[in-house]
Ligand binder design. Structure first.
Ligand code: WT7
Length: 656
């Protein structure tokens, strides 16, 4: 993890080469500054110009930004468009035969899919959905392996104005259930199984389990893509095979032209409290955000081979697999598997085989590959690469340098992109042909993004001082609300005490240096970042206390060399403290329980048992003490407000 210590001492600066800068979409600092100035002098004019430049409108908009019902902002709201049309149809005349997707399966099988073929498959599937009665505004839950069909399912929803809600394939039946119910989904799209790293994982069986948990009456159909061909349970009437659904469907499907503010999708993410939040994105603003960031930050060029390694279950996969690259007309790689199968050279082999130019992954993957095979990149021909990207958590300077020198051969800029599920696209990231890089910093905001670091009263802090990261003006790609919960939306993102309810509060802490560069320090709320994935401490605590053995639980993050953070849980059992073999037994039970309740990524690394938890006299759990205990630090903090100081001794012992 990038600690404040390590980054404050980071002084290396890497400027773009003249050669890179010359060809870049934002060429040089003056060009970057000109865009920032344009936004500053005429904010609406700036975004309006970009929306006209990048998007094909069915009906042009006449208004750019409507702030009358802040913070429920509206953008371009009398315009009409269709995202799937912008991603597919508009390329057919000029580059229908260009490869849209190079798909590589877990076992290394390769499929090329052109824009024309993708268009046809999306249309057929969209017609299939229509035959199931799916209409504009209906919700569709997608729980799919990382294959072309996942993109087809999402694009087909966008085509007919249905709102998709993708659930990451690693999430549990309970998570799938929660999302089906909250979204009020009428159709679920899944596959028999997914394969990753040579292993099969059930998807359909998990959906069946979710469907048996109640309140799922609205679901009319479960569409199943046959992937591994394994035996699965079948509910006649409800369950439909994907291949049967598309059979005989027309290969044209007139897109449904929707209003710019029509919800494109919801995606659930963790917050400070127990229940995941259904982040809702709008059609036009989101599309504009992914396109401008493809153009500025990934410096998209028509001959690029773009590869974002994220799963479509996360926002990164939505923005930089399903929507961004296709909207630009790019050729992209989609990979089903994991970075370490069959060995730690897999990513580098894919780069070599498909001549990838732009490679985007997460620090946790970089750190694990750096550990497993520091010299492996040299064994592959990586000369096609011209740009590298990082996302999900702060990248520590050591990993940044390895990525830059060993993978990028000191030739490729590294764009460290800070953003969130809620922002839809990059917010703070270097335009690689302009902004000099500092390892560990996500550098400067994108043109038009008014980011700042403020104190508790909403006042900007001096360079070098930490504070809350906010965005001071509304921007097109920001979430519109939380599905079914507008009050929580206001409370969580536009709190009154910081900036009077006008600033978008990201939930991260950060500081700026004297050059105005942003350095993200981590979450400022009770949200953990495990391998670049967001998990709420409350969510995990709720799962633990739902187990019959447990009375009380507190969860904290502990810094981890590869994952960024791991989960340590402090648990009070209903019975007395476990002894001997019981400890390992109950630990294993509870770890598996959490994995089952939420998903394997939420499985605590360590569980410690105590007769109590450290609390203030008013009953608040003192998490900062637990964080110190988890790290094995001596408690030097003030414990005078602690109700039960003796408990610290008990919780100090790491689990055997
Ligand atoms: C949180 C958002 C954005 C797609 C992946 C995660 C952390 C993300 C960076 C970065 C430092 C980062 C923040 C943020 N984060 N990118 N480049 N440097 N921190 O999306 O699940 O919504 O998580 O990830 O803490 O708030 P997400």
């Amino acid at each position: 993890m990038a600690t404040i210590e390590s980054i404050l001492h980071e002084t290396r600066v890497f400027s773009p080469s003249a050669e890179f800068a010359k060809r870049a979409n934002i060429s040089g600092m003056a060009a970057y500054q000109a865009l920032c100035d344009e936004a500053k002098s005429d904010y609406a004019g700036f975004w309006g110009r970009l929306a006209r430049d990048h998007i094909n409108w069915h009906k042009p908009f006449t208004r750019v930004l409507d702030e009358s019902n802040a913070p429920f902002y509206k953008w371009f709201d009398d315009g009409e468009l269709n995202v799937s049309w912008n991603c597919l149809d508009r390329h057919l005349a000029t580059q229908g035969d260009k490869t849209a997707i190079i798909f590589e399966s877990d076992e290394g099988e390769i499929t090329h899919c052109s824009y024309r073929e993708l268009h046809e498959q999306v249309c057929q599937f969209a017609n299939g959905l229509k035959s199931l009665g799916v209409k504009q505004g209906d919700r569709v839950v997608i729980y799919m392996p990382m294959r072309i069909e996942a993109v087809i399912a999402m694009q087909a929803c966008a085509r007919i104005g249905a709102i998709h809600s993708v659930v990451f394939g690693g999430f549990s039946a309970k998570s799938v259930h929660e999302r089906i119910v909250d979204a009020g989904a009428s159709v679920v799209i899944t596959a028999d199984e997914q394969t990753r790293g040579g292993k099969h994982h059930a998807l359909k069986a998990t959906v069946d389990e979710a469907m048996s948990m109640g309140n799922t009456d609205l679901v009319r159909a479960v569409v199943v893509y046959r992937h591994t061909g394994t035996d699965i349970g079948w509910q006649p009437g409800r369950d439909k095979w994907w291949h049967e659904l598309v059979e005989g469907q027309a290969s044209e499907c007139e897109p449904v032209w929707v209003n710019a503010e029509h919800p494109l999708f919801t995606l659930y993410t963790s917050g400070s409290t127990g229940k995941p939040k259904g982040v809702q994105h709008a059609t036009a603003g989101y599309l504009l955000g992914v396109m401008t960031s493809m153009h500025w930050i990934f410096d998209y060029q028509p001959d690029d081979i773009f590869w974002c390694t994220a799963d479509v279950g996360w926002i990164t996969g939505h923005s930089y697999v399903t929507y961004g690259p296709l909207a630009m007309g790019a050729t992209q790689v989609i990979f089903e598997g994991v970075p370490t199968y069959p060995d730690a050279g897999r990513f580098w082999k894919i780069v070599q085989d498909h001549k990838v130019t732009t490679f985007y992954t997460a620090p946790t993957a970089i750190r694990s590959l750096m550990k497993l095979g520091p010299d492996l990149p040299q064994q592959y021909d990586l000369s096609s690469l011209r740009l590298l990207g990082s996302v999900g958590e702060p990248i520590n300077p050591e990993a940044w340098m390895w990525y830059y020198t060993e993978v990028g051969q000191s030739r490729c800029p590294v764009v460290d992109t800070w953003w969130q599920t809620e922002t839809g696209c990059h917010m703070i990231a270097p335009a690689p042909g302009a902004v000099p890089l500092k390892p560990g910093s996500c550098t400067l905001p994108l043109p038009g993004i008014d980011a700042a670091v403020v104190d508790e009263a909403g006042h900007e802090v001096e360079p070098g001082y930490g504070g809350f990261l906010v965005i001071k003006r509304p921007f097109p790609s920001q979430l519109r609300t939380l599905w079914n919960d507008p009050e929580r939306f206001k409370r969580a993102y536009f709190p009154h005490d910081i900036g009077g309810g006008r600033y978008y509060l990201a939930g991260d802490s950060a500081h700026c240096d004297k050059d105005g560069y942003f350095w993200i320090m981590g979450r400022a709320d009770d949200v953990l970042n495990v391998s670049g994935h967001r998990l709420g401490t409350m969510e995990i605590e709720s799962a633990l206390v739902a187990h019959p053995y447990v009375t009380e639980a507190a969860v904290v993050g502990r810094p981890h060399e590869v994952k960024g953070e791991t989960i340590v849980a402090f648990v009070v059992l209903k019975n007395k403290l476990p002894q001997g073999d019981q400890v390992a037994e109950i630990t294993a039970t509870l770890r598996d329980w959490v994995a089952k309740e939420i998903g394997p990524i939420a499985r605590p690394e360590e569980i410690r048992f105590g007769e109590n938890l450290p609390k203030t006299r008013s009953g608040k759990i003192m998490r900062r003490l637990l964080r110190a205990l988890a790290k094995g630090e001596e408690i030097t903090q003030d414990t005078s407000t602690l109700e039960n100081p003796a408990i610290l001794e008990q919780l100090k012992q790491p689990a055997p």
